[in-house]
Design a protein around this ligand. Structure first.
Ligand code: ADP
Length: 291
């Protein structure tokens, strides 16, 4: 339930955006995310999407808004327009454009083209000029010039340290990670740093009613583009045709499928930290395949 005084604040903001007085006609809760309370707000002539959380989560929304704007400037996927990050009493919120989704059918060609275009946005270093979040965990983006160093230190080791602090990772696995780090320099490849969505699982995209692929809820940084493909294939929900067309538009280096397993270790460690030891066997399996 949204409080009446909060509704008034939102009506005021939307009236300023549209430059005319608007009223909230109706609202409904949207399910699907796992962090925030989310709603569709039906104002007089236009719908909005709002995410609400506790006041101390304001920095998370600020970072999300900045990230969506960077993705939007990459001229690739359709990205919801961000209107406002704000606070109301003990809550913080992120107000954005509501994008209606396609009910049936899919457009793998549009997804593949958009993904390739996003990845063709490059930068001179790996990382990003601000830190962000992966789920509700911190994602440390301090820039580096070496991709493999970046992936080991800022991604794998950072999450491994969190797992160690929580006491949920056996010493044997820590030892295997150490061995893996030595192996990676001869196994991973280095390409130009690509703009990544960073959390591209199937709950973070849909097609709009014109068939354009929409992505949201990002954990962006510049890194190796195989990272996004690894996340996509970890939990599924992306058609084979997407990978095929992507590879045609922006060819991947030989051996990419094998390397995806290494890049899946990062989201698996994140899941271990967020949801517990049921993710240990999947982590162990990847490690056993390589070291
Ligand atoms: P959370 O931050 O809690 O993970 P999400 O960003 O995943 O929330 O959003 C929750 C759900 O709302 C998504 O699964 C998606 O279906 C829908 N959604 C997200 N952004 C929009 C939007 N701008 N317009 C319409 N629906 C959206």
């Amino acid at each position: 339930m949204l409080r009446t005084d909060f509704i008034h604040q939102l009506e005021h903001i939307c009236s300023e955006i549209e430059n005319k007085p608007v009223r909230l006609r109706a609202y409904e809760k949207i399910y699907g995310g796992d962090i925030n309370e989310t709603y569709r707000l039906a104002m007089t002539d236009k719908d909005y999407f709002i995410k609400i959380n506790a006041r101390e989560k304001l920095p998370m929304f600020e970072v999300e808004a900045k990230s969506l704007q960077i993705l939007s400037a990459s001229d690739s996927f359709r990205i919801p327009e961000v209107y406002e990050v704000g606070e109301f009493e003990e809550k913080s919120y992120l107000l954005m454009e509501f994008i209606p989704s396609l009910i049936e059918g899919s457009h793998p060609e549009n997804f593949a083209q958009s993904l390739a275009k996003m990845h063709q946005n490059t930068y001179e270093k790996y990382g990003l000029y601000f830190d962000n979040f992966i789920g509700s965990l911190p994602q440390y983006n301090k820039e580096k010039t070496d991709w493999i160093d970046f992936y080991i230190e800022n991604r794998l080791q950072y999450q491994l340290n969190l797992a160690q602090q929580q006491g949920i990772i056996p010493a044997e696995i820590i030892h295997q990670f150490d061995k893996l780090y030595n192996f990676l320099s001869g196994f991973l490849i280095t390409e130009k740093p690509s703009l990544l969505h960073g959390d591209l699982w199937n709950g973070n995209y849909f097609y709009d009613t014109t068939g354009k692929a929409v992505v949201f809820d990002p954990a962006i940084y510049y890194g190796n583009r195989e990272v996004d493909l690894a996340m996509m294939s970890l939990f599924g929900g992306f058609e084979h045709e997407i990978y095929r067309q992507y590879d045609e538009i922006f060819p991947l280096e030989t051996g990419w499928k094998e390397r995806l397993k290494i890049y899946q270790l990062y989201p698996l460690l994140v899941h271990l930290n967020l949801f517990g030891v049921s993710y240990l066997p999947a982590i162990k399996q990847v490690l056993d395949d390589f070291v």
